[in-house]
Design a protein around this ligand. Structure first.
Ligand SMILES: Cc1cc2nc3c(=O)[nH]c(=O)nc-3n(C[C@H](O)[C@H](O)[C@H](O)COP(=O)(O)OP(=O)(O)OC[C@H]3O[C@@H](n4cnc5c(N)ncnc54)[C@H](O)[C@@H]3O)c2cc1C
Length: 595
C-alpha cells in the first residue's frame, strides 16, 4: 500500500498563492474568521491525523470489510477507536455553526480536511463525511426540536447521520420512490418502506444514527413533487438528548461490494418507524439537495484524494523499480538497469496523474471558495451570484474529477506492471475504492444531463456565460504577457468555442430533444478540460513569476505544458463526438442490439 502523505505543499500553494485565502476569509460574514495561522494549524494537525491514525487502517478495512449480524454491523478493527479520537479532537464540528456546538468556521475548512482524510482512508472518511452533510440539512431546515435534540450530538460526532433516497426500483429516478409517511396526528409520522445502498446506515462507531429519509405522505402528488423529508432516528431521543426507545428501523443486510469495503452499505427496513418532518410537506427534495450538493463535492474530493494516493504510489515505485535501459543511454550505469521513471511512457502515465490531480485540486479548492461565498458571502447579491456559479460547477466537478481520478488510479496500477494487480501493493484497492465515485451521488450520465439540460439549456446559456466571462477576463488580463501565450491562446480559443458549441447543440435540441442526452457526457468532459486549463494557466503564471531554482514552481510550469500539449487536445475528440449528433446513437432499433 502506498504510504499516504498529505500533499501539504501543494495544498498551501493552491490556497495561499493561487486562491489568496488570506483575502478570501475576511470577506465572509456570519462565520468565525480563519486566520492564516489557524488554517496552517488545522491543515498540519489534520495531516497528522490522516497519516498516523486512519491511513494505517486503510488496507485492514479492505481486507476485513464490515460484518452484519442480527445485532448490528461491526466495522473493521480500529475504525471505531479512530472515530472516537476524531470526535475528541473536534474534527466533526469544524464547519458547524457555533449555536449548535460547532466551531463556526466556513464550509471550505471542513471540505479541505476531507481531501486528506479521504486520501488516507476513503471508507473510514465516509462515516463523518456523510454525517456532517446531514447535520447541514438540519442546521438549515430543522425545527427547534430537531435542532436542539438531535443536531448537537451529530455535530460533536456522538451520533452520525445518513441520507436515504435510493429504493430497489428508484435510483437515478428518485421520483419513483414509494416509502410512505403516515401522519400519526401528534406531530410525528409512521415511515414504512425499504431503502437500499445506504452508506453508514448501520454500524458500531456511534451510539445513534439519524437517518434523513425521503418519503411520501398520504395523497401526495406523484413524482418528485410529492416527496417530503423526515428525520428518523435509530433511537428516539428524549428531550435532553438522552437515548430513548429503539425505533422501527432495522438493517436487513449489508452489501458485498467491489470496493470501499470498510464503509457499511445497508439495506434499511422502515416498519412504521417514527419520523419527524423536516421543513414543509412535499419540499423534501429541495432540502435533500443541500445534502446531495455537499455530498457531490465530497465525491469529487474522492476523485482527487484517491488520485493523489495513486500518484504517490506510482511515483515512489517508478523511482525505485529497475527495468531496461533508457533509450537515450543508461541513467543508472552502476545498476543492472535504469529506474522506470526514465522511460517516456512511464512519464506519460505519471504526468497524467500529476496533471489531473494537481489541476483538480486547484479546481475543487476554487469551488470551495465559491461554496463559502454562497453560504456566507457578505451581501445577498454576492451569495446569489456564488450560488448560481456553484450550481454550474458542481456537476462538472463531481463527474469530471471522478472520471479522470479513475484514469489516474488505473495508471497507478499500470505503472506497477503486474505488481499493480496484486493486492498487497494496494494499487488495485485504490481503483476498486474509487470505482463507485462515478456511480453514487448521481452517475456521470446524470451529472452530464444536469449540466447540459438543466443548468445550461435551462438558463438559455446564461449560466455558462458567467463562467466563460470569468475565463475571458483572465485571458484578457494576460494578453500582453508573451510568456503566457502558450497557455492563454488555446484557453481563449476553447473558451470561445465552448459558447459556439453550446449554441449549436441548443439549436439541434430544438428539433430533437435526444441531442442533449447524446452530447451530454462529451460536453461535460469538454467543459472539465477547459476548467482545468483555466486553473493550470493561472498556476503557470504564478510559477513563471517564482524564484529561480524553486523545483516546486518549475514542476508547475512543466506540468502545465504537459497538460496543455497532451491532455487538453482531448477536447477536440469530445467536440467531434458531441457534434456528430444523436442519430448514430439512436439509429439501432432495440432489437438490433441483439448479437
Ligand atoms: C456503495 C454505494 C453507496 C451508496 N450510498 C447511498 C446513500 O448513502 N444513500 C442513497 O440514497 N443512495 C446511495 N447509493 C445509491 C446510488 O446513489 C445509486 O446507485 C445511483 O444514484 C444510481 O442509481 P441506480 O443504481 O439505481 O442506477 P440506475 O438509476 O438504474 O441507472 C443505471 C444506468 O442508467 C443510466 N441512466 C439512468 N437514467 C438515465 C437517463 N435519464 N439518461 C442517461 N442515463 C441514465 C445511469 O447513468 C446508469 O448508468 C449508493 C450506492 C452504492 C453502490
Amino acid at each position: 500500500m502506498p504510504v499516504y502523505k498529505a500533499p501539504l505543499r501543494d495544498m498551501q500553494f493552491v490556497l495561499n498563492d493561487l486562491l489568496k485565502v488570506d483575502q478570501h476569509y475576511p470577506t465572509l460574514s456570519d462565520r468565525e474568521e480563519v486566520t492564516p495561522d489557524l488554517l496552517d494549524a488545522i491543515l498540519n494537525e489534520g495531516a497528522k491525523f490522516a497519516e498516523e491514525v486512519i491511513a494505517p487502517l486503510n488496507q485492514i478495512g479492505d481486507q476485513q470489510g464490515c460484518t452484519w449480524s442480527e445485532d448490528g454491523v461491526t466495522t473493521p478493527d480500529g475504525f471505531k477507536e479512530a472515530y472516537q479520537q476524531y470526535c475528541e479532537s473536534g474534527w466533526t464540528s469544524v464547519s458547524a455553526r457555533t449555536e449548535f456546538g460547532g466551531q463556526g468556521l466556513p464550509p471550505s475548512v471542513g471540505l479541505l480536511l476531507s481531501d486528506m482524510m479521504g486520501g488516507a482512508n476513503w471508507s473510514w472518511s465516509m462515516y463523518p463525511g456523510l454525517s456532517s452533510s446531514a447535520a447541514r440539512v438540519l442546521e438549515e431546515y430543522g425545527n427547534e426540536m430537531q435542532q436542539t435534540r438531535y443536531l448537537p450530538k451529530m455535530v460533536d460526532g456522538t451520533w452520525t447521520g445518513t441520507m436515504c433516497l435510493t429504493e430497489p426500483h428508484a435510483g437515478s429516478d428518485v421520483g419513483l420512490s414509494r416509502t410512505k409517511a403516515k401522519d400519526n396526528g401528534d406531530g410525528t409520522y409512521a415511515i414504512t418502506g425499504t431503502k437500499i445502498f445506504i452508506s453508514s446506515g448501520e454500524h458500531d462507531m456511534a451510539e445513534n444514527i439519524i437517518h434523513l429519509v425521503l418519503a411520501r405522505t398520504e395523497g401526495a402528488p406523484e413524482g418528485t413533487k410529492g416527496i417530503s423529508l423526515f428525520l428518523v432516528p435509530k433511537f428516539i431521543a428524549h428531550e435532553d438528548s438522552s437515548l430513548g426507545d429503539r425505533n422501527g428501523v432495522t438493517c436487513g443486510s449489508i452489501e458485498h461490494k467491489m470496493g470501499i469495503k470498510g464503509s457499511a452499505t445497508a439495506v434499511l427496513n422502515f416498519d412504521g418507524a417514527t419520523g419527524y418532518m423536516i421543513g414543509e410537506e412535499n419540499k423534501g427534495l429541495t432540502y435533500m439537495f443541500v445534502m446531495m450538493n455537499t455530498a457531490r463535492m465530497g465525491t469529487a474530493m474522492q476523485g482527487l484524494s484517491l488520485g493523489q494516493l495513486s500518484y504517490q504510489g506510482g511515483l515512489e515505485y517508478a523511482r525505485e523499480r529497475l527495468q531496461m535501459r533508457s533509450l537515450s543511454g543508461p541513467k543508472n550505469p552502476d545498476g543492472p538497469a535504469d529506474p522506470i521513471i526514465v522511460h517516456p511512457d512511464v512519464r506519460r502515465m505519471l504526468l497524467t496523474q500529476k496533471a489531473f490531480t494537481e489541476g483538480s485540486r486547484a479546481f475543487l479548492y476554487w469551488i470551495l471558495m465559491v461554496v463559502d461565498k454562497a453560504n456566507c458571502g457578505a451581501t445577498e447579491v454576492e451569495r446569489k451570484e456564488a450560488d448560481d456559479l456553484l450550481h454550474l460547477l458542481t456537476p462538472i466537478a463531481k463527474a469530471f474529477v471522478t472520471e479522470t481520478g479513475l484514469e489516474v488510479a488505473n495508471y497507478g496500477v499500470q505503472i506497477y506492471g503486474g505488481h499493480g494487480f496484486i493486492s498487497e501493493w494496494g494499487m488495485e484497492q485504490i481503483v476498486r475504492d474509487l470505482r463507485i465515485s462515478t456511480l453514487y451521488e448521481g452517475t456521470t450520465g446524470i451529472q452530464a444531463l444536469d449540466l447540459l439540460g438543466r443548468k445550461i439549456m435551462g438558463t438559455g446559456g446564461q449560466a455558462l456565460m458567467t463562467l466563460t466571462k470569468i475565463i475571458h477576463k483572465y485571458c484578457e488580463s494576460q494578453k500582453d504577457n508573451a510568456a503566457m501565450a502558450e497557455f492563454v491562446e488555446p484557453l481563449a480559443a476553447l473558451n470561445k468555442e465552448w459558447g459556439d458549441i453550446t449554441m449549436q447543440i441548443g439549436e439541434k435540441a430544438m428539433q430533437n430533444p435526444d441531442e442533449v442526452g447524446a452530447a451530454s457526457v462529451d460536453y461535460l468532459m469538454y467543459s472539465g478540460y477547459i476548467a482545468l486549463a483555466y486553473m493550470w494557466a493561472q498556476m503557470a503564471e504564478l510559477a513563471l513569476g517564482g524564484s529561480e531554482g524553486d523545483s516546486f514552481m518549475a514542476s508547475k510550469i512543466k506540468t502545465a505544458r504537459f497538460y496543455f500539449q497532451r491532455l487538453l487536445p482531448r477536447t477536440e475528440s469530445h467536440k467531434l463526438s458531441m457534434l456528430s449528433g444523436a442519430d448514430n446513437l439512436m439509429a439501432l432499433d432495440v432489437d438490433e442490439f441483439a448479437f
